[in-house]
Design a protein around this ligand. Sequence first.
Ligand code: KG4
Ligand code: ZN
Length: 335
Amino acid sequence: MSNPRILAIETSCDETAAAIVEGGKTLLSNVVASQIEIHKRFGGVVPEVASRHHVENMTAVIEETMSSAHVTYEDLDAIAVTEGPGLVGALLVGVNTAKALAYAHQRPLLPVHHIAGHIHAADLIADIKYPAMALVVSGGHTSLIYMPERGEYEVIGETRDDAVGEAYDKVARTLKLPYPGGPEIDRLAANGEVTIDFPRAWLEADSYDFSFSGLKSSVLNYIHNANQRKEEVIQENVAASFQASVVDVLVERAQRAVSAYQAQQLIVTGGVAANHALREAMGKTFPNDGDVELVIPPLSLCTDNAAMIGAAAQVVWEKDVRAGYDLNGQPGLAI
Ligand code: KG4
Ligand code: ZN
């Protein structure tokens, strides 16, 4: 069967999500229960709290997904779940739910890598052309992944310290903005000017790696020093200047990787791909009238969701990979 109907489950961080995807391309339903409002109180995701809320929400999220797609378990061909990476307690809720459903309804169990999920969100809006390059930018990851063909992932660069979303969240926290900080900085930056020359970590000339901790510290120092001198901190300008530094590095790396690997497409995905400045800069660099096609999923498919897990599960299905009932959550799983 080439077009299996798959129920996909995602619980790697703070979104309890379930979706039904057919043939890796057709989205029948997509439900996300966000815990953002809960974690806001703590200024970040508290793992134990996340696990507890996954347990509380999981069944309702799956029921809503099934009913809005008008399907029953009889209509499903497989159950897919994010195996890792992520928070172990959070992953386990999804993994155990998927195992129970696979066993109860005697359906194959498909293990999915969270980052493959972010990448294959692109399948839901376009046909990926290989060789392809993916820039995955989220709260936990900043990676350049080369895909010579479907189902093959080669990490050519990644962050050596903070993930880009993490840097956004930490800078936002210093500016006393609520969690998650990315959207807040994005919003402020739109009304700011680039007035501060924050550093860009270019690293070695041939490297595709990233480093954001120096930039983060530089922003924190700037704010600290201004506060000490009782100088006004114009939040909008700090946000715009920080963002300009991030975007410059991401665009340069993507551009160099795409040309070195002769990629036909660049996929930009993950929570930070929701960023307006990044989308705009990528759009200007890859105008879609040149050799390289730019694919950026819509915002709802960039941040964590299960639709992307259903799309990536299609690749797992095609490769004939099936998990046993001993499947476990793998917090540090490599792609
Ligand atoms: O992919 P995601 O939902 O979860 C992970 O797998 O990490 O990404 C969440 C990250 C957070 O750090 C959040 O601040 C960031 O994505 N983010 C943004 C924007 N929207 C979400 N960063 C910058 N600009 C945005 N508009
Ligand atoms: Zn993610």
